[in-house]
Ligand binder design. Sequence first.
Ligand code: NAD
Length: 356
Amino acid sequence: MKIIVTGGAGFIGSAVVRHIIDSTNDSVLVLDKLTYAGNLNSLKQFENNERFTFVQADICDYTAIQNVFNNYQPDAVMHLAAESHVDRSIDGPSAFIETNIVGTYTLLEATRHFYQSLSNEKKALFRFHHISTDEVFGDLHGTDDFFTETTPYAPSSPYSASKAASDHLVRAWHRTYGLPTLVTNCSNNYGPFHFPEKLIPLMILNALEGKSLPVYGDGGQIRDWLYVDDHAAALYTVISKGKVGETYNIGGHNERKNIDVVKTICSLLEELVPNKPSKIQKYEDLITFVTDRPGHDVRYAIDASKIDKELGWKPKETFESGIKKTVIWYLENQDWWQQVKDGSYQGERLGVNLGV
Ligand code: NAD
């Protein structure tokens, strides 16, 4: 297959690219605007790989996308480009509406027109896979219930509302225009190459620098954590084996309170980096409780039995194994995150064909 991965310079998108290049014979074209969240250093290893192409483009730019489709002639699209950070969506929702809703609409239109031009044989194989979040379901307040594929949508934040809108658009383009779509809704990801504004990398890097570890409210919010490489493998399973028109929930079966996640990181750092900044005795002493996020969801938990039963996918990592790998990755890849912190990653360019 020739697969266009939108948002492939981001956290999950780059993991998807690594999965495709390392574990399959398919080719990838990354289409990415390179916002603050796009980082070409995360794709550096592929710059001389003939199965890899990068194009800097905005999914809101119909003409640019159309040119990419016409030149590359993809067999599939995996759509991950999005504004993805909930706190940023509260401070400034406009980019979320533009990219997540208008951008998805524009991409769907370009895909639809390309799809209509294909032969029947190619049409039968073509797939448009939209990658979304479990945050579209709102939150759970008890401890026993789980989000399933039929849970009604009830998003809480501008981010999740914009993702919910994009999910509806994708399903409408399947129902109305017959576009062969797949939708996946996933729980919180963590792992290597994660931008340090998100909880887990933020805590690791702040602790290493002896800075405070800010935890919202009492830290009692529960998230279902999925190691990013498990997610990438699940996405590839869905695009290769999923049934057109279907939705699949993807989760890690790893529910943890935020405060317990932070404490686990602290104890791993005690084990792996015993020489801490002189002003602290224990990494846990850096934990500081801060005013809760407005509209903060209480608990997310995914029932991922459909993708397991129908497509045979299960996560490989437990939270304990995945979080240890993640902490070790940040310890061993200081160059990557230093360039994010000092902003120099934004000047990075790949020595690959920027056209197609
Ligand atoms: P990310 O913020 O790390 O990466 C997003 C990528 O999209 C960046 O490379 C950015 O440059 C690109 N992008 C943004 N706007 C664009 C535009 N207008 N045109 C082209 N490219 C653009 O995000 P992520 O954490 O990798 O998430 C990827 C997808 O997975 C998103 O759709 C997100 O909603 C979804 N998701 C994320 C999680 C999670 O825990 N991170 C969980 C479930 C679902």
